[in-house]
Design a protein around this ligand. Sequence first.
Ligand code: 3PG
Length: 399
Amino acid sequence: MFKTLDDLPEEGRLLVRIDVNSPVENGEVQDNRRFSRHAETLRELADDGYTLGVLAHQGRPGRDTFVSLEQHAEILSSHLEREIQYVPDTYGEDALEAIRDLSGGEILLLENVRMIDEELADRTPEAHADSAFVETLSGEFNAYVNDAYSTAHRGHASIVGFPQVMDAYAGRVMEAEYEANSAIQEREFDGHVSMALGGTKADDLIHVMERVDDTVDTFLMGGIVGELFLRAAGHDVGYDVEDTDFFDEQWAEQEDTIRELLDSYGDRIRLPVDLAYEDDAGERAEVAVEGVEKGTSFLDVGSETVGEYEAVVADSEAVFVKGALGVFEDERFADGTVGILEAIARTDCFSVVGGGDTSRSIEIYGMDEGDFSHVSIAGGAYVRALTGESLVAIEALEE
Ligand code: 3PG
C-alpha cells in the first residue's frame, strides 16, 4: 500500500501532481469536477501550512485542447476561494524564482507539464528521474504528492519520475479513486453485481467485459456499444447512417469478439428491447428493436428497456457504470442514462459511476452525488481499474 497525506511530515514544501485536464471550448477551459476535487486536496494541505508547487497537464501537443494552465489557476482559485498563483514556466528560471518566493500555505501552479519534452519522453521511471525536469524540481521540494489518479496509467515523468528520488504520498483524490474503482477486483460481493455499459468506445468496454467475467452477473448495454451487440444479435441497428461514423469501423474490428461474448455470456448480457430516435417533428419517438429499420439514427434506449434495467439495478448489491446509455446532453435522450442513475440512487447498493461524461449527467439533471458510493473523475484509468490492470502511478507510489 502507498503512503497518504496522513503520513506526511508535519511541515515542508510539497510538489503536488494533480489532473485538471479539461474540455476546452473556443479556447475556454471548462470547469468540471476535477477542479473541485483537487481543490479539496490543495485546501487541506495549504490549511495545514504546507507550501505547494503544483504540476498538471492539459491536452496533448498538436491538439486544440493543448493550452497553458493560466485559466486553470483561475478556476482552481474560485473553488478554493483563495489565490492560486500561476507562472508560465515549468522548471526554468521564472519557475524557480516563483517557487523560491513561496511561503507557508501558498500555492503556485506551474506551466502545463506536457509543454516540456521530457514529460512525454518514452523512458523508464529511472530514466525519467535523471531528467533535468525531475532533478531540478525535486531539489526545490521536500516531498512529492500524487493526486492525479486519472493520469495514473501514464508513465510520464511527472507521474513516475519524482517518486524515484523523493518521498512520495498519495493525495486524497488518488486515495479515494483507487479504493472505489478497484473495488470490482478487490471486494467480495455477496449479492447480484451489475454493470451498465454505454458510450462510444467499444474496444474499451469489450475489454472490461472480458476481464470481469468472475465478478459481474449482468451487463446492461446501451449507447453505441449496445447497438453493436444488437447488430450481432441479428437486429437492423448498429450500422453507420448518413450522419454517423461510429459503427462500421468498430464492427469490423470487434465483430468476432462481440459474437463470442454474446455466445458465452448468454442472458447475462441484457440488450435494449427498444430504442429512441428523433422523429420528423423533432420529438422523441421509440420503436421496439424487433421492428427497427436499418438507417435510423438512435439516440437513447427506449422506456421499456429503462424499466427492465431499473429492475435489475433494484435487485443489485453493487452497480458499476461506465458510459452513457444515450445522448443525455439532449434532454429528450437522457432517459436511459438518468433512469439507471436514479435507480441506483433509490437503492443502497455499492455504486461507482465512471467516465467524465456520464458523471456530468449527475450535475445536469440535479441528482445528488451523495447518492452514489463514488463518482469517478477518471477516464482511461477507470477502465484499467475495472479490468484489474495495474497503474504505473500506483506502482511508483507503492515502491
Ligand atoms: C484524462 O483526461 O483521461 C487524463 O488527463 C489523461 O489524459 P491523456 O489521455 O491525454 O493522457
